[in-house]
Design a binder for this molecule. Sequence first.
Ligand SMILES: [Zn+2]
Length: 217
Amino acid sequence: MSFANIPSEDKQRVVSELSAIKADFASRGWFAGTSGNLSMRVGPFSPDEFSFAITASGKDKSQTTPEDFLFVDQSGQPCETTKLKPSAETVIHCEIYRLTGCGAIFHTHTVFNNLVSELFWGSRSVPVEGVELIKGFNIWDEEAVINIPILSNFADVPRIVPEIADRMDSRIPGILLRKHGIYAWGQNAFEAKRHLEAFEFLFEYVYRWELLKKSSI
Ligand SMILES: [Zn+2]
């Protein structure tokens, strides 16, 4: 189905859901210095053909304007005539959608996600053991242990893409870029938001726990 054939009310619904989430995350200070980006898929999906709305590049995400989002295709190219440019990190969203077929992807830069990405860079993953909020990822094992993948960060964003397929863990709906931020996804906006909140909680917990262990030695 071409983008033009996707019902306009479906596109409006996606933009209005993203807009509400953008305002919510902005109120938590999760878009420092115009960083971060949000996207949500619309219409049918196949790994070779899909479209999604994504935040426009360089906007102050604490403001709501008609220029906040644009629709792009599976290659990150705009689906409609627009003066807006998609986020520079759109190719990362394209690859996550292609690999997972998920419905929404949220990306934030926070102090805690940056700190843990550097703290555990040596092992290329953040270990989390037995914390209740692991259940936020639908992992219900008693005293579950998970390792959240940390990927290299490059100024040349397309260089980040090939590592995503190699490092993705099918149980964990997120990847962390070193000293950059978290990408969290879900079947829909509600689930992606729940996952992002769980990641941020776990990163803060793990960081504080590491500090506590060091201070008690
Ligand atoms: Zn980023």
